[in-house]
Design a binder for this molecule. Structure first.
Ligand code: ADP
Ligand code: ADP
Length: 227
């Protein structure tokens, strides 16, 4: 596990005309669940993608633990990311979908099996390991996507609106599941959403972003009492 430190993180587009992320500085503690919230277009995804290394940093720095990672390739960062589109492989079983990143990393078969079984247990997917994603509910598919992230045992979890494709009832259920999972794993998590209810109910702290600028970072209780 590791802390994440953002130092003056900045992304400019359109030849400098647009600052999608504008001087964001933030310390996310080891094991913390931080929710990054703000309206569509405020720069949440861009910030998250810079932390993942999927977007070039225009200015500033990202640290994971004690490591300065600006120039570190995405796959060499100790990070796993979950997107709103689950991007599961339709022709592969749930087991193989979860195992995939470990097979790519050429882990020993026994270790892969141990980690997949453990993830399936934590996510209550044991009964579905042989199924194809097309034969699962939306919530189960979301859990498979999380399983694929968990098995890598990353220091940091990044989630970009992971629940936005689910219906309202399932979204409420999955909010609680993700919060509980994060609590049990204790993995440092940055969760991006435009949904204020998610922001106020899921995380230890909430960071509010507007037009690329960080407005406020505090616990939900403090934000609620001093909006
Ligand atoms: P959010 O995730 O909060 O919806 P984004 O990070 O996707 O916001 O976008 C932030 C701003 O950056 C928006 O104004 C968006 O139009 C702009 N933007 C995002 N990606 C690009 C790009 N590749 N080229 C130019 N502008 C972009
Ligand atoms: P490139 O432009 O170098 O091909 P990609 O976006 O295709 O970059 O990703 C490069 C590497 O980053 C991939 O090999 C993959 O292992 C890793 N990667 C891609 N997406 C993620 C993600 N969401 N979380 C963690 N690592 C990722």
């Amino acid at each position: 596990m590791a802390s994440v430190t953002l130092q003056n993180l900045t992304k400019t587009y359109a030849g400098g005309q647009l600052k999608a992320v504008n001087g964001v500085s933030l310390d996310i503690e080891d094991g913390e669940f931080l929710v990054l919230v703000g309206p569509s277009g405020c720069g949440k995804s861009t910030a998250l993608r810079m932390i993942a290394g999927l977007e070039e940093i225009s200015d500033g720095a990202v640290w994971i633990g004690d490591d300065f990672v600006n120039d570190v390739h995405p796959k060499d960062r100790d990070i796993a990311m979950v997107f709103q589109s689950y991007a599961l492989y339709p022709h592969m079983s749930v087991y193989d979908n979860i195992a995939f990143p470990l097979q790519i990393a050429k882990l020993p078969k026994a270790e892969i099996d141990r980690r997949v079984q453990e993830a399936a247990r934590v996510l209550e997917l044991e009964a579905y390991l042989k199924r194809r994603p097309g034969h699962l509910s939306g919530g189960q598919r979301q859990r498979v996507a999380m399983g694929r992230a968990i098995v890598r045992q990353p220091a940091v979890f990044l989630m970009d609106e992971p629940l936005s494709n689910l219906d309202a009832k399932l979204r409420v259920q999955m909010r609680a599941e993700i919060a509980s999972l994060q609590h049990r794993l204790g993995v440092t998590t940055i969760y991006v959403t435009h949904d204020q209810v998610e922001a106020m109910t899921m995380g230890h702290r909430v960071a509010i972003l507007k037009d690329g600028v960080l407005q406020q970072v505090d616990t939900p209780a403090n934000i609620y009492n001093r909006p």
